[in-house]
Design a binder for this molecule. Structure first.
Ligand code: FEO
Length: 410
């Protein structure tokens, strides 16, 4: 990958990875990019970095060579965020340039010692602090805690009005030759939007309150370019990704889209017999339906689907007097991600005593999810026609509820 010019005096270095689980959890079949930026005045700073996976730091060093930048000429490493997908390379960088000055928040400065046993010079910054690189290039810092970790800051170049916010405004999806929004075709935007929605739901979603606070805190800064730590750089229309993130954050409390996600599990096909009628009921009201079989569908996609849906159907049987375990685990994760206040409906089969409904109620309570459920439909063994008819009817009722909620708040 080649180094590119973001704007006068700011250069983008990047590495894609695609053969890993991101955070050792989330599949990234379309990869993810990790972006660093060199900002040059009289002095030079590197803002963020890359992971330490095989060959990735070396990619960064090759790109520095392309720019004819000697590592010894880098005066500052600005660590907006310490998660090792951005900071992992620092260990190898230290071997090349042990006397660099780290710039980070106070919490970041603390963590860099624990992650990298770093005892060198650190300049701690807080909101409103600046760093003068010379030649009229002054960097301004803003704390944006919990977007994505407590220590996170954003770095803003006042000269070019470029914001480098690390995880904020990022997305999954590798970046190729076209890495700026002014180079993308409509189909590219569609690709990155899907990747950004899943990235948001998987990584940033639980911190949506902090995303809203960060966007409010940055509102007084004039932003011409957004250069995030993942994904494409926005320099034609940075407002698009800001508005997208405002929308994604709003999905936490709902309503989200006029969509319904059907999460279904079935051990021997009896619970699953209700999926077709519930989808028919939902679609009879014109809502968009997304079905995900659990555990066959990876959590990442099921979570992203729930995040964007105002309604959720949970189809799950009882298993050992409780809920079918993969569905229970998924719903616990939905709880941790704080996808609140959905319109919902649950149905499923039991053989002996039941128990899935009780565990569902416990998960909802424990995670304070606030989902508003229609009356469940449970059946012993195979559903009879009256159960299937009732499930279809509940699907229709749920779709009506979802549409009413979305329209009320539009
Ligand atoms: Fe891309 Fe929270 O690290």
């Amino acid at each position: 990958m080649k180094t590119t010019v973001v704007t006068d005096g700011i250069f983008r270095l990047s590495a894609n990875v695609d053969d890993i689980l991101f955070e050792s959890i989330w599949p990234i079949p379309n990869g993810v990019s990790m972006n660093s930026y060199i900002v040059k005045g009289k002095k030079a700073a590197i803002v963020d970095g890359v992971c330490d996976w095989d060959g990735v730091p070396e990619t960064l060093y090759e790109q520095l060579e392309q720019m004819k930048i000697d590592i010894n000429d880098i005066d500052y490493v600005i660590m907006n965020h310490l998660e090792p997908d951005h900071s992992g390379w620092f260990r190898s960088f230290l071997e090349l340039k042990p006397d660099v000055t780290v710039v980070a928040s106070a919490k970041g400065a603390d963590l860099v010692k624990y992650f990298y046993e770093y005892e060198g010079p650190v300049q701690t910054v807080k909101t409103g602090d600046t760093l003068d690189l010379g030649d009229g290039r002054v960097l301004l810092f803003a704390e944006i805690p919990n977007v994505h970790w407590p220590e996170t800051i954003a770095t803003y170049d006042q000269k070019s009005k470029t914001l480098m916010p690390c995880d904020a405004f990022g997305s999954f999806g590798s970046v190729g030759e076209k890495m700026y929004d002014d180079q993308l075709e409509p189909s590219d935007f569609d690709f990155y939007e899907v990747e950004a929605e899943r990235y948001y739901a998987n990584i940033v979603g639980p911190f949506s309150v902090f995303v809203e606070r960060a966007i409010a805190a940055l509102a007084d800064i004039e932003i011409d370019i957004i250069a995030p730590g993942h994904g494409i750089v926005w320099r034609k229309d940075p407002g698009k990704i800001i508005n997208d993130y405002i929308r994604y954050a709003s999905y936490a409390k709902g309503p989200a889209k006029t969509d319904v996600t059907v999460l279904y599990s079935s051990m021997y096909g009896m619970s699953e017999m209700g999926v077709k009628p519930v989808v028919e009921g939902l679609e009879s009201e014109g809502v968009k339906v997304h079905t995900h079989k659990i555990p066959e569908t990876d959590w990442s996609y099921a979570l992203a689907s729930v995040w964007q849906s105002s309604g959720v159907v949970v189809c799950t049987p009882t298993y050992e007097y409780k809920m079918f375990p993969p569905m229970a685990a998924l719903l616990e994760e939905v709880g941790r991600k704080k996808a609140l206040n959905r319109k919902a409906f649950r149905f499923g089969s039991f053989g002996w005593s039941g128990g899935a409904q009780k565990e569902l109620d416990e998960i909802m309570e424990r995670n304070r999810l606030g989902w508003d459920f229609l009356e469940p439909v449970e059946f012993r063994g195979k559903p009879r026609q009256e159960h299937l008819d009732l499930i279809r009817q509940r699907g229709k009722e749920l779709a009506i509820e979802v549409k009413r909620w979305v329209n009320e708040t539009a």
